[in-house]
Design a protein around this ligand. Sequence first.
Ligand SMILES: C[S@@+](CC[C@H](N)C(=O)[O-])C[C@H]1O[C@@H](n2cnc3c(N)ncnc32)[C@H](O)[C@@H]1O
Length: 355
Amino acid sequence: MASEPCFDTVLGISSMRYIGGKSLLLDKINGVVSNCSKSIETVVDLFSGSGVVATNFKKQGYRVFANDALRFSYAIIRGTLPLNKPPIFLGLGFNPFDCLNNLTIDYDAVAESRSFILRNYSPYGDCSRMYFQCDNALRLDYARVAIEQWRCEEKITEDEYYYLLCSLILATPSISNITGTYGAYLKHWDSRTYNPLRLEPPTIIDNGAENIVYCRDANELAKTIQADLAYIDPPYNGRQYLPNYHILETLARYDYPIIKGVTGMREYSKEKSIYCNRIKALAGFDDLFSKLDVRYILVSYNTEGLITKEEMSELLKKHGKAKTFQLFEFDYRRYKNKIPNNTEGLKELLFFIER
Ligand SMILES: C[S@@+](CC[C@H](N)C(=O)[O-])C[C@H]1O[C@@H](n2cnc3c(N)ncnc32)[C@H](O)[C@@H]1O
C-alpha cells in the first residue's frame, strides 16, 4: 500500500495533516479577513490545532495569539510562532539536529525510564503494538529525553526547547504505522516506518511582532485576551482530538501515563472538549462569544456539525451587529493523494460578524 503524505504545503507553509485542519481554506479565510471594514492588527486563533491558520495569519503580517488545549499542538506552535528568527543553540555548542539524527541505537543500554515509546508502542519485549519500528521508537525516546535534559541543564533556552520539540513532533507521523491518526495502528508495516526518524529545523517566518502561544481552555483564555479578530475553529462533531493523537500528546508531555487497551490509550476522561457534545457545545459557544473582547468574530464550522447553521447564525447575531453578519459556504475539499476532491453535499462554513 502506498504511504499517504503526512504534510500539507499550502501558501508555502508546511503543516501536519490534522483532522479538521484548514490548510485548504486559508485563501478563503484570508479573503474574509482582508475585507473587514476596519484594519486588523492582532488576531487570536483560539483552537489552533496544527497551527496552519495561526502561521498563515503571521505570514499575512498580523500579530498573532494562538491557543490549543492539547500539549502537542501547543508544542508545535510554541516552537515557531513566537520566534522571528531560527535559534542558534549557543549554549549547546553543537548542532542539535546533527546530534539527534545520528543517535547510536543500543538496546543493551536501554533504561526503563528512558524508553516509554519503545516499551509501549513498538513490538519490543512483551509489547505487541506496531505503531513504530523498534529502532525508531528508541530514537523518539532518546531524542525526547535529550531535549528535556538539555533544558534541565539550561543548555537551551525555552524557545530552543520548543523549536526542537516541534521538530520532533512534526517528524513523528512520517515514521508512524498509521493511516492518519493514532486511534489504531496498521497490522502490517507501512513502507514509511522503515525510514529512520529524521528531525528537520522548522521554518520560521518573521512578522516583527510579539506573537504569543497558550495551552488553555479557550473559554477560560477568552476573557483575558484582547484582539481585533478572533478566529474560532473548534471540533464540530463528537470525535475527541486527544484519543486520535494520544501518542503525540504523550511524546509532548513525556509523563509516563497509565495506558490501556489495544492502542495503549492514555486516560482522557477529565480532558474531554465540551465542543464534542451537542448540548455543552451550544452553551460553550454562547459563553465564548460573550467573553471575547474583539471587534470581529470568524467561525469555521461545517454542515455536519453538532450545531446547525441556523443555530450558529442566531447565536452570533445575538453577540454582534446583525446587519454585519455574513455566511460563506464552500464545497468541502479533502486531500486524496495530493489531489483535492469534493465530498458530496458537505459544506465548509465561515460565519463572520462585527461585535
Ligand atoms: C478543528 S481543530 C482546529 C484545526 C486548526 N484550525 C487547523 O487548521 O489545524 C480543533 C482544535 O480544538 C482543540 N480544542 C478542543 N476543545 C478545546 C478547548 N475547549 N479549548 C482549546 N482548544 C480546544 C482541539 O485540541 C483541536 O486541536
